[in-house]
Design a binder for this molecule. Structure first.
Ligand code: PEP
Ligand code: MN
Length: 287
């Protein structure tokens, strides 16, 4: 590995590996992220109703998801769009966890909300739009909950690593990095899925790396192939949007998988995940 090249990541010393096989395994409930298993976190973009969440949680659990995702606080581009159920949404997530055993990942948007979200969630998600909100990073880190840190849509890999370094510097080493697509000139997808970022991060960072094929694709029919490419690139897991009736979803319906499509994707991914596990978690380490 060229030392000039690695220089650009020097601001994130606690993210960089100090030896090639160094890795952090992040634990939430009974789930280990960054170990042998490719972990799927699935659920709706937004928590909408009790019925929507419970149906989705039950289905994704049966289909092999290990965690439930769902936003109670939503960073929406339009002030007139649905902003999330807030505390009521957190309570529904906790109810879904009790019913299914799935650990919960949900977004926290403000520093003030961090302790409350941490009471209900197993992992706190920092959204793309918040990756450089340092007050939020500090408050989230200090709850002691693992942090799912999503790459900002105009953030470089080094920027993402600097934000992770901030979280670690506040005493919380349990950070999961997430590639969710970046802004480019391309309009065929909602964002450009930077699969190379997964490869780079797996090479140099000790933290688990997951993909979000849903926000990268923007269209549900593209999601399974992006998920497959994430496994092949060495990702440790994925976070994916699923909805019982995507066309009626209150947010991100176009990119949300139906139950049937989610089940088919999980079946399709199984042999790839098996290969990954056999090969010591990273396909590229095979000679
Ligand atoms: C989400 O996970 O629903 C979300 C808002 O993601 P991002 O921050 O990547 O846009
Ligand atoms: Mn979404």
């Amino acid at each position: 590995m060229g030392s000039d090249w690695i220089e650009q990541f020097a601001d994130a010393p606690d993210v960089l590996k100090t030896q090639p096989d160094q890795k952090t395994v992040v634990r939430a409930g009974d789930v280990a992220i960054g170990g042998r298993e490719f972990v799927t976190m699935a659920g709706p973009c937004s928590v909408e109703t009790e019925r929507q969440l419970m149906e989705t949680a039950g289905f994704v659990a049966r289909a092999g998801a290990r965690m439930l995702r769902g936003g109670a606080f939503k960073p929406r581009t339009s002030p007139y769009a649905f902003q999330g159920l807030g505390l009521d949404g957190l309570k529904l997530l906790a109810k879904a966890r009790a019913a299914t055993g799935l650990a919960i990942v949900t977004e926290v948007m403000t520093a003030a909300d961090a302790p409350m979200v941490a009471e209900y969630a197993d992992i706190l998600q920092i959204g793309s739009r918040s990756m450089e909100n340092y007050a939020l990073l500090e408050a989230a880190a200090r709850t002691g909950r693992p942090i799912l840190l999503k790459r900002g849509m105009v953030a470089s890999v080094a920027d993402l690593m600097r934000s992770a370094q901030c979280v670690i510097s506040y005493g919380n080493p349990n950070v999961i990095l997430c590639e969710r697509g970046i802004r480019t000139f391309e309009t065929a997808t909602r964002n450009t899925f930077d699969v190379a970022a997964i490869v780079v991060l797996k090479e140099i960072a000790r933290l688990p790396v997951i993909a979000d094929p849903s926000h990268a694709a923007g269209r549900r029919e593209l999601v399974p192939a992006l998920a497959r490419s994430a496994v092949a690139a060495g990702a440790d897991g994925q976070v994916v949007e699923v909805h019982p009736h995507p066309d009626e979803a209150w947010s991100d319906g176009e990119q949300s998988l139906t139950f049937a499509a989610f089940e088919a994707m999980m079946t399709d991914l199984a042999p790839w995940c098996e290969l990954r596990a056999q090969r010591g978690c990273a396909l590229e380490t095979v000679a």
